[in-house]
Design a binder for this molecule. Structure first.
Ligand code: STR
Length: 364
């Protein structure tokens, strides 16, 4: 019987169990330079018992950054920093994917020397992000109305994803995950709320999906299809995507295209953690029937839900976020039925080792 503790392969990458560490923004990279650091090495090393770690979102370019102290994967020093992370995880037998992130309009001009963030369309919207305040501490500010990407800039952005994939490979990651979810750049193109373009990147499902498939093709070209995965949240309204009339047809269109390309995995983020409609088993079944690679489910899962969906054949692995923040040895705790440490939300974003690398394991 398949349970959370059975091994799994993504292409030729062997995962020792199906307990995935979800991508988790922790805002502890080193400034200036948005660099992965020794503290991050320790944090990921502690969690190497996961079947697969998916890194926090790493920006593919400076304009792709939207929150203070998130790491990048576009400069040489950043790649060197990530190499130390992947080596530490591999030394403990773990596997790790780099999450490739472009926030699009969820950003602020203070990150871009006064230039506006970019998106599919220049539509006003209400949202906030986190910048460094005058006191050096994280401060919430309103996001400005973004500027629409030109066709030439879309081509450049796809090139940034290609280079980021190449960088992830050079840094020793096992896989990449393209962040196509949660109202960030790629989702801003697929959603009718944020995409009002009248060129080949707007309008029909096929047109709105175009940039996603071009990004996927660039990543495949830089590595190989089985090394590439993508995260989507077709029903989520997070980051101002209030309108998702064709979320399901978009998801199934994309899933069929991912199958045609032999993509390694599809990571479905269910919106439960941020409110919004819940994903039902009928949709999960349609996704399963359309996409033939590894499916990772996520979104406020508990182990019972994960086991139920695994047993029903609707997912192949489950990702856990908050539980992994507080329990570096989460798979071992789930396997033995041990109690879980509770997470402390006040130390999720920014700061140092407190609430980051100081959660206790079962054994020393
Ligand atoms: C949402 C999901 C995602 O894909 C990426 C992020 C990273 C930054 C997070 C964001 C999250 C949720 C809202 C946060 C933000 C940092 C600051 C902001 C928590 C998890 C708030 O404080 C509301």
């Amino acid at each position: 019987m398949t349970d959370l503790f059975a091994p799994l392969t993504v292409g030729d990458v062997l995962l020792r169990n199906r307990v995935v560490m979800a991508p988790l923004t922790r805002m502890r990279a080193t400034a200036p330079g948005d660099l992965p650091n020794d503290l991050m090495v320790e944090y990921y090393r502690q969690r190497a018992g996961a079947g697969l770690i998916i890194s926090e979102g790493t920006q593919i370019s400076p304009i792709g950054k939207g929150y203070m102290d998130t790491p990048g994967i576009h400069s040489e020093p950043q790649v060197a920093g990530w190499r130390a992370v992947t080596e530490a995880v591999h030394a403990d037998g773990g596997r790790i994917a780099a999450q490739l992130w472009h926030v699009g309009r969820v950003s602020h001009e203070s990150f871009h020397q006064g230039a506006l963030p970019v998106s599919a369309s220049a539509l006003p919207y209400r949202n906030r992000t986190t910048v460094r305040g005058e006191d050096g501490q994280p401060t919430r500010v309103d996001c400005p109305t973004p500027r629409a990407l030109t066709l030439a800039e879309i081509a450049e952005t796809i090139g940034d994803y290609r280079r980021a994939t190449q960088n992830a490979r050079d840094a020793g990651f096992d896989l990449v995950e393209i962040h196509g979810a949660h109202g960030y750049l790629l989702h801003q193109f697929t959603s009718t709320t944020s995409n009002h373009r009248d060129d080949e990147y707007g309008g029909s499902v096929e047109n709105r999906a175009r940039i996603v498939l071009e990004v996927v093709d660039a990543a495949i070209d830089a590595w190989e299809p089985s090394r590439v995965g993508i995260r989507i949240s077709p029903f989520g309204s997070f980051n101002g995507l209030t309108e998702t009339p064709d979320g399901e047809s978009m998801a199934l269109f994309l899933a069929a295209e991912f199958t045609a390309r032999g993509l390694g995995f599809l990571h479905l983020s269910e919106p439960d953690w941020a409110g919004g409609p819940t994903v039902d088993d009928e949709f999960r079944r349609r996704l399963r029937d359309t996409y033939d690679g590894v499916i990772i489910g996520a979104g406020n899962y508990d182990p019972e839900k994960a086991e139920r969906l695994l047993a029903a054949g609707l997912i192949d692995a489950a990702a856990f976020g908050r539980a992994f923040i507080a329990n570096p040895d989460l798979p071992e705790r789930l396997r033995t039925g041990a109690e879980l440490n509770p997470p402390n939300p006040s130390t999720f974003y920014g700061g140092g080792e407190i609430g980051y690398t100081d959660y206790p394991t079962l054994v020393g």
